[in-house]
Design a protein around this ligand. Sequence first.
Ligand SMILES: NC(=O)c1ccc[n+]([C@@H]2O[C@H](COP(=O)([O-])OP(=O)(O)OC[C@H]3O[C@@H](n4cnc5c(N)ncnc54)[C@H](OP(=O)(O)O)[C@@H]3O)[C@@H](O)[C@H]2O)c1
Length: 268
Amino acid sequence: MPQLRDQVVVVTGASSGLGWHLACGLARRGARVVLSARRGLRLAQLAAQITDAGGPAPLVVPADVGEWTQVEELGRRVESEWGGAQVLINNAGRGAYGRLEELPFSTVEELVSTNLLGTVYCTRAFLPQMLRQGRGHLVFISSVLGELPAAEHALYCATKFALNGLAESLDCELQSRGVGVTLVEPGLVETEFAQVSARPAGRFGRLPAKAAPAVAERILRAVERGQFRLVPDELGWMGICFKRHFPRTARLFLRAAFRRVLRQPQKT
Ligand SMILES: NC(=O)c1ccc[n+]([C@@H]2O[C@H](COP(=O)([O-])OP(=O)(O)OC[C@H]3O[C@@H](n4cnc5c(N)ncnc54)[C@H](OP(=O)(O)O)[C@@H]3O)[C@@H](O)[C@H]2O)c1
């Protein structure tokens, strides 16, 4: 059960949204935060905000999680400068909205490389440090779409379903070796995510979105409790329970619901 004060915690995707607020929450708890993402300027701004508020100075290491050499360097710097990480929050991720047959391969490759390969690379970089220390904690930011299918999000769903398999399997593998796992499945959260995914306004737009600071706080509390699964979204949790217990009815319901959504004209 990790207490976060004085722990070295790596946050990927810290330059905006959930990652930004996770880093702020960690700093408030006295954790030594490693900030990573591609936009170094944003990370520097966040580091300044944290130190101005009296938090411990973060280590800033810009990296693209989809590039093993950059992730390996991130791991090396955390080990050499701070002696290794105790917690890794695999948060970096992006969406891609659209029908599978229409998505450009560049988007397909970027999505798989960020959401799936990036998570595997980061875990590979930091897990050996944790195993050497005999303790550690891995956090996987998946999505309710890691359990629920969604039209026009097939590839995103595929990467998040894969993350759930990774997290559940690692939980079995690492439980007896001192490394815990938390799998987080958020519903809609107010961040830059929708713009990056290029989802047209009006599509799924009426679903309620949670505020990122509140979701980040729930995630950190789940990590402190050593909780395995967190679904910080009531509607999403109801949908997941419904699908688990009534899979056939859920499939019929989802087909009908998405038929209606897909008939709506798209507003850009
Ligand atoms: N917002 C939602 O509704 C929602 C719902 C469920 C799950 N999630 C998940 O929550 C996580 C955080 O998303 P968010 O909502 O906070 O979105 P966001 O504001 O767009 O943040 C995404 C973060 O990931 C980073 N990132 C993207 N590609 C990267 C790469 N190749 N290498 C390193 N960093 C990369 C971005 O930084 P740079 O661009 O600077 O690299 C950014 O910091 C994602 O895994 C997402 O799938 C979000």
